[in-house]
Design a protein around this ligand. Structure first.
Ligand code: NDP
Length: 338
């Protein structure tokens, strides 16, 4: 059983060598009388929140730190090989938290979602139809309180969450601008995902000037994925009673000291509704989300872009690539196709 082992807690930018590939000779099986499920992992998801699991948490976190010497873990799509859990049987396909290894014994099978619609690419359940999709859906519809015609700004817009937020906003009849870190990504935002406009934040010297250019009348909704100077500039351009959904702050995850925010007082003067959220609190909406999103995919109203890394050994590089913008679209690792 090939595994990607977490080496030790990380400070600063994570490196490929923080995770090493090893082969375990321990044979996994479902112990007699347990409700565990043995799975073969097919697709793994690389997600920015995994960075927080790579440091030793000093306070109780919503996700525990990885344990040095044990395999990494994250969202994935897998096939059930054996099951002591009544709701799953051999041959079923599932998505949920699994190990970064070829085979995993899942001891909390109630956390897995059974895949009932396999007429779309299975890898979609690592993102679009899984955690990232739910994040975009819950964050946009539940937290942003969107209305037709509003001005929406999305950062890290070409990524797993951002590309969907932009498309949900367009379906709602909003005006949407996204920021991303390369010309290729800006082109995708405008020509594939249907954003009204987009810009490369790495080529801009003054984000305040840029946001003024794209939002002369101000921003009603800011879907926040990056934090730092981008949040600061957005605060300055928010309209009265605007909404900021604080989804993530990837620019801060590898810093020892957070970047300064100077314009927070705008929250007061502009009566901004600023709300952080965790997708974990919204999974009761999953059936509704799945039904509507599958329909949109089949009607061609939602398109999706994945960045596929081949083989378990490519997982460490794929994960750290999220923090330099190496991924173009949702970062997926293929362990096996069936
Ligand atoms: P992405 O697919 O968007 O990948 C991360 C992207 O972030 C990179 O491709 C890069 O794109 C951008 N990025 C990396 N470093 C920086 C930086 N220093 N400044 C600006 N942009 C940067 O990831 P996801 O869509 O999966 O996640 C997006 C955000 O949503 C993250 O902050 C994540 O933590 C958060 N999240 C929150 C959840 C919740 O429950 N609240 C659940 C899931 C995700 P570029 O080339 O454009 O710079």
């Amino acid at each position: 059983n090939k595994q990607i082992i977490f080496q030790d807690y990380v400070t600063g930018f994570p490196k490929e060598t923080d995770m090493v590939s090893k082969t375990s000779t321990i044979r996994l099986n479902v112990p007699q009388g347990s409700n565990a499920v043995l799975v073969k992992n097919l697709y793994l998801s690389c997600d920015p929140y995994m960075r927080s699991r790579m440091k030793k948490s000093l306070v109780k976190s919503y996700v525990p730190s990885f344990t040095p010497g044990l395999p990494m873990a994250g969202y994935g799509v897998a096939k059930v090989l054996d099951s002591g859990f009544a709701a799953l049987k051999e041959g079923d396909l599932v998505w949920g938290i699994t190990g970064w290894e070829e085979y995993s014994l899942i001891t909390e099978p109630e956390t897995l979602f059974k895949i009932n619609h396999a007429d779309v690419p299975l890898s979609y359940y690592t993102g679009l139809l899984g955690m990232a999709g739910m994040t975009a859906y819950a964050g946009f519809y539940e937290v942003c309180c969107p209305k037709r015609g509003e001005f929406v700004f999305v950062s890290a817009a070409s990524g797993a969450v951002g590309q969907l937020v932009g498309q949900f906003a367009k379906l709602m009849g909003c005006y949407v601008v996204g920021s991303a870190g390369s010309t290729e990504k800006v082109d995708l935002l405008k020509n594939k995902f249907g954003f009204d406009d987009a810009f490369n934040y790495k080529e801009e010297h003054d984000l305040n000037v840029v946001l003024k250019r794209y939002f002369p009348e101000g921003i009603d909704i800011y879907f926040e994925n990056v934090g730092g100077t981008m949040l600061d500039a957005a605060l300055l351009k928010m309209r009265l009673n605007g909404h900021i959904a604080v989804c993530g702050m990837i620019s801060q995850y590898n810093l020892e000291k957070p970047d300064g925010i100077y314009h927070l007082a705008n929250v007061i003067t502009k009566r901004i509704h600023i709300k952080g959220f965790l997708v974990l609190d919204h999974y009761h909406l999953y059936p509704k989300f799945l039904e509507s999103t599958l329909k949109y995919i089949k009607e061609g109203k939602i398109v999706y872009l994945e960045d596929i890394a081949e083989g378990l050994d490519s997982a460490p590089a794929a994960l750290i690539g999220l923090f330099t913008g190496h991924n173009v679209g949702k970062q997926v690792v293929v362990v096996a196709r069936e």
